[in-house]
Structures are given as C-alpha cells and as structure tokens.
Design a protein around this ligand. Structure first.
Ligand code: NAX
Ligand code: ADP
Ligand code: MG
Length: 286
C-alpha cells in the first residue's frame, strides 16, 4: 500500500492558467438532500465551490432552496423531483456527485435511477452515502462514467458484501476489481483502491468524526476531479489528503472540526499548495 504524502497536493494543485474562464474548471452537478438531510448536500456543494469547480448546480428538495442560496449563493438550484431538469443538468455536467443526504426511500431510488440513466462515459461520477446504500439494496447496475465510490465501512459492507471485520486489503481489492471503479474506503486512515494501486492516508484525526464530514469529502472529490480533470485519480487522492490535512491543522486549536470549516479553509490552503514545496510552510492557516 502506497502511503500518501503532501507531494500529491503539489502534483495536482498548480497555478491557474491566465487564459481561462469558469468553464475551464468543470461543471459539477450534485444530487441529494431530501427534506431531512438538506445539510448534507449543502455541505457537499460548499466543498465543490470552495475547491474551485467552475460551475456548481445542486439538485435537491425544494425546501432546501432558501438555505442553499443563503449559505452558498455561488451555487444554482434545481428541484430534484423534476426528472427532465435533473436529466439535463446531469448530462451537461463534467462531474456528477450523487447521494449525500439523498435518503434510501422510494423517492431517493427514483431520483438515483434517473441520474444513473443520464451519466455519460466521459464524466466523473462520485457515488456517496444513500446512493451507495440504494445501489446495494436494489442491486442497481453502475452508471456510465469514471465511477468513484466514497463509502464508509458500513456502506462498503453493503456494497461489497464484506463484513467490516473482514475488510482486508486483499478482499477489498478483489471487490474493487469486480466493480471496476475507484473506491475511497473512509475510516481512520482511509484507503483508496484504484485500478493499479492501493493508497493509504496516514493523516487525519478523530476531531473529524462529525456528521457531514463525508458529505464534505464527496463534494471536495467532485470539485477536484472537475477542476483537475487531466489527472482524475491524482485529483481524488489530493482531495482525500487535503480534507484531512486541513482538519489536522484546525484540530490543533479545536476539539472537533466542523465540516464546513474545511471547505472554507480550502481557497487559502490551495493557494499555499500551488507554490513549490520549499516555498510554503506547513502552518498554512497561520
Ligand atoms: N446534516 C445532514 O443532513 C447529514 C446527512 N447525512 C446523510 O445521511 C444519510 C445516511 O448516512 P449515515 O452514514 O448517517 O447512515 P448509514 O446508515 O448509512 O450508516 C451509519 C451506520 O453505519 C455504522 N458504521 C459502521 N462503521 C462506520 C464508519 N466507519 N463510519 C460511519 N458509520 C459506520 C454506524 O454505526 C451506523 O449504524 C446519507 O445520505 C448521509 O449523506 C449524514 O452525512 C449526517 C449529516
Ligand atoms: N477517527 C477518525 N479519524 C480520521 N478520520 C475520520 C475519523 N472519523 C471519521 N473520519 C472521516 O470523516 C469522514 C466521515 O464520513 P461519513 O461517515 O460518510 O460522514 P457523513 O456521512 O456524516 O458526512 C470520512 O472522511 C472519515 O475518514
Ligand atoms: Mg457519508
């Protein structure tokens, strides 16, 4: 297993080209957030915006519209029960993030099937939270695209059939190979199962054990793969690393870290990381 270092940040986060516009940095469509879990998709969208995705649209329950706009005016809103609109927003995206707070009821299933029917082979598709649970429960076929699953250990148990206690690297890799996708297995020292290699995060803190932390990671992964689309796997690895690196910095002075604080720290963090390694100092929030 290859241990990730902050080199991955320097490999991925580069100064932005002068000749660019929002379209250069990808379009992310996020789908999730039912009446009860609106915060999940707002946190995910906040992470995508703060990571630097060019355009971000959120398909969610109508009741979340006001909260979304007041928290994140940079994002656009669509009603996730409008199948036609969701289909066209999914098709128009370069990256789709589906699942945070979607819910595993009939409404969530209907929306997920509509999303899965409209992704394309060129897109990155981040499948998180309820979308993973529904896929496992309903034995749904994976959608088209570069699929990135971001399960926690229980979601991975549901998707892979491997009980948490039996989730060894060898078994996880065999399950990944069957899925033919990138799997970000979230836990203390998250493991990333990619086609050729397995990577391990050796940073991160229990201060991250807070609801919404994974929703934020899903949005960050979506934002990074949209923005750094030339190197999608490295973008995933950099997002996973940055998420915990920022959390560790905040945890120096905080007992717990709020997920949105990670997102809000991203622009400053990324500015420090665009410089060559010897030009930055590690206390980037100082
Ligand atoms: N503010 C919000 O709106 C929030 C919404 N959320 C959404 O709620 C939905 C359900 O997700 P949940 O994960 O809460 O529920 P799940 O039922 O999918 O998973 C939680 C269960 O898994 C077990 N578990 C075992 N190992 C675990 C591990 N390493 N990490 C996490 N759980 C582990 C827990 O004990 C618990 O029984 C998702 O769509 C999620 O995005 C959550 O993210 C919490 C915050
Ligand atoms: N003790 C811990 N040490 C390091 N990271 C943790 C710890 N607990 C949780 N995390 C991280 O927090 C996130 C939790 O994801 P998830 O359970 O999906 O949260 P949610 O669905 O509530 O947003 C993952 O990225 C996981 O690696
Ligand atoms: Mg989650």
């Amino acid at each position: 297993m290859e241990k990730l270092t902050d080199q991955i940040l320097h490999d991925v986060i580069k100064p932005r080209p002068e000749h660019s516009f929002k379209g250069t940095f990808g379009k992310v469509t996020l789908v999730g957030g039912n009446r009860n879990f609106g915060g999940a998709i707002i946190m995910a969208a906040t992470a995508s915006v703060c990571a630097g995705a060019g355009l971000v649209t959120v398909c969610t329950d109508q009741s979340n519209s006001g909260a979304l706009h007041s928290q994140l005016p940079e994002a656009m809103f669509a009603d996730f029960t409008n199948d036609t609109q969701v289909a066209s927003l999914v098709t128009a995206a370069t990256t789709v993030v589906v699942g945070p707070g979607l819910g595993d009821d009939d409404q969530g299933l209907h929306i997920l099937k509509n999303v899965f029917a409209h992704t394309t082979i060129q897109q990155n598709v981040v499948v998180d939270g309820s979308a993973i649970t529904l896929m496992a429960q309903e034995q749904l076929t994976a959608p088209r695209g570069n699929i990135i699953y971001t399960p926690h250990e229980m979601e991975w148990q549901r998707l892979s059939g491997i009980k948490i206690a039996d989730q060894t690297p060898d078994r996880n890799r065999a399950a990944r190979d069957k899925l033919d996708a990138t799997v970000v297995l979230k836990k203390h020292h998250t493991e990333i199962y990619a086609k050729e290699q397995t990577y391990q995060l050796t940073i991160g803190t229990p201060a991250q054990a807070v609801g919404g932390m994974g929703d934020t990671l899903a949005g960050m992964v979506g934002g990074f793969v949209a923005e750094f689309h030339q190197t999608p796997l490295k973008a995933v690895l950099a997002a996973v690393y940055a998420h915990s690196a920022i959390a560790e910095q905040l945890a120096k002075n905080q007992y717990i870290v709020l997920p949105h604080q990670i997102s809000r720290a991203l622009p400053t963090f990324m500015k420090k990381m665009e410089a060559a390694p010897d030009e930055h100092h590690i206390g980037f929030l100082d």
